[in-house]
Design a protein around this ligand. Structure first.
Ligand code: ADP
Length: 477
């Protein structure tokens, strides 16, 4: 297939379009011109012959050709005409008998044919026979009867004239036309090639400029000549900006991850070192420090699990195991699992289902996503407090609203809570454990399900998260 790649060349296509258009146009012009000139010449010749024969017919009447013996003058004229027009002239009397023939073949014979009959009725006939390439003319010779005043047919002149001389001239014209056409075509090849090369040049410039861009920081150094190339550069520029943002967020992510992973290890190191340095450290101190070390190990574990979850999410929809799941049961299970934590924090978990809902979801991922939101509701709550989960659905979407009576999220923080590693106001984030990854995992899961998540909150009053997910899974990223 690669062998024919050049056929896809834009330059070749422009060249072909221009060349073929010119080629067809000159071809049509040449054909039209020669055919037109030839037809006009035949028409003119035919009118000329008819006119000459008519003059002859008038002379015949004047000379009384059909009444007396055939006149030599008329015969000489007929012979001359037949020579001039490379043809044959017959004279027929009213009894359809040939009385003169410039070929001397049909003298005395009777001639009856369609043309003769029409002519006998007084019509002048004028035909061009394409097969024999002869102009055929039939002219009646009529005289007015002095008594009745009616036209009386005395006879007819039938003439056939060759169009060979016209054809010869037309052939010369065709040959000349052909030579001119060749010259025009040669010029056309040159012009088409030049135009094709010039028209792809801006695209080549853009390609070269893009190939030269090696980092996200560089702008594309192009002054574009076409609107289209301008649009390509613009689209590329937008892509570059997006990639730049993505690259920056990746770098930030890596540095955040390193920092987050280092923090518990640093604490463990400090705790262990201080125990090592103190020679007669009491057992209580060992116990206390070991509990702290254990808590830091738990935290490290938590961060790593969340990170792994996040990395798994990055695989996109391909890593999804979608099944039709009963959402009422799924929510009951989550609440059962979170029961001990809620009781410990004196938070009531209330589940309200408006109807029975089944949806195509990845059970593990969705459980994790909803758990994260409810867990936050318990963590960032007053004690005692409540978290209310409301399940509803229409014919297309299921909606899960999770409200709490908690501390709320300030307006300025609301835009950031779904970002990776973002944790709210430092004052409470230190007291309440977390990695800042929970909501970003949740949001990613909801988006993989082609759903949406919104937050509404008033500091001091509480927060509501509204999750909407299509009941049927929509394939595609
Ligand atoms: P984490 O809970 O581990 O800190 P999340 O990504 O789950 O991380 O949440 C990000 C931040 O959003 C939290 O640190 C908290 O400040 C805020 N937040 C999330 N849910 C609630 C809630 N229900 N009430 C108040 N603040 C919340």
């Amino acid at each position: 297939m690669k062998r024919f790649a050049y056929l896809k060349s834009f330059r070749l296509r422009i060249f072909l379009i221009m060349f073929l258009t010119g080629f067809i146009a000159t071809g049509i012009m040449r054909f039209g011109m020669t055919a037109n000139t030839r037809n006009r010449a035949i028409r003119e010749r035919s009118m000329e012959v008819t006119e000459q024969i008519r003059i002859c017919a008038n002379r015949m009447i004047n000379y009384g050709y059909f009444h007396s013996a055939p006149s030599d003058i008329i015969s000489a004229q007929l012979t001359q005409l037949s020579l001039v027009y490379e043809g044959r002239i017959l004279v027929i009397d009213s009894a359809f008998k040939v009385i003169s023939d410039t070929y001397d073949i049909s003298l005395g014979k009777t001639m009856i044919g369609e043309e003769v009959m029409l002519c006998y009725r007084g019509e002048t006939i004028n035909n061009y026979d394409r097969d024999s390439r002869y102009i055929e003319v039939a002219v009646p010779v009529m005289e007015k009867d002095p008594e009745t005043g009616e036209n009386v047919i005395l006879g007819m002149i039938l003439a056939s004239a060759s169009t060979d001389s016209i054809r010869r001239e037309a052939d010369i014209l065709t040959r000349q036309g052909f030579i001119i056409e060749l010259v025009v075509l040669a010029a056309l090849i040159g012009i088409s090639a030049l135009t094709a090369t010039l028209s792809v040049r801006p695209f080549e410039r853009v390609t070269k400029a893009m190939a030269g861009v090696v980092s996200f920081e560089e702008d594309i150094p192009v002054v574009s000549d076409y609107k289209e190339t301008g649009e390509i550069v613009e689209a590329f520029e937008k892509l570059r900006q997006r990639l730049k943002v993505l690259d920056e967020s990746r770098q930030e992510f890596v540095s955040n991850v390193s920092h987050e992973l280092k923090t518990p290890i640093a604490s463990i190191k400090v705790l262990a070192d201080s125990l090592n340095m103190q020679e007669d450290a009491p057992l209580e101190m060992y116990r206390e420090f070991m509990q702290d070390i254990s808590a830091e190990v738990d935290r490290e574990n938590e961060i790593i699990s969340d990170l792994l979850e996040l990395v798994r999410m990055e695989k996109g929809a391909s890593g999804m195991h979608v099944e039709n799941i009963n959402i009422n049961e799924l929510l009951e299970q989550i609440i059962k699992r979170l029961g001990p934590l809620a009781r410990k924090s004196e938070v009531d978990l209330i589940l309200e289902s408006k109807r029975n809902v089944n949806a195509d979801i990845d059970e593990v991922k969705m459980t994790q996503a909803i758990t994260n939101i409810i867990e936050n509701g318990i963590k960032y709550n007053k004690h005692p407090g409540w978290v209310r989960i409301l399940l509803d659905a229409d014919h297309q979407y299921m909606s899960i609203s999770i409200s709490d009576s908690g501390v709320g999220i300030p307006e300025s923080e609301q835009a950031h809570i779904f970002e990776r590693f973002y944790r709210g106001d430092k004052s409470h984030s230190k007291e309440i454990s977390g990695t800042g990854l929970g909501l970003s995992i949740t949001r990613r899961t909801i988006l993989l399900h082609k759903g949406s998540i919104e937050v509404e909150s008033k500091p001091g009053e509480g927060t509501t998260f509204l999750v909407k997910v299509p009941l049927s899974f929509i394939v595609g990223e």
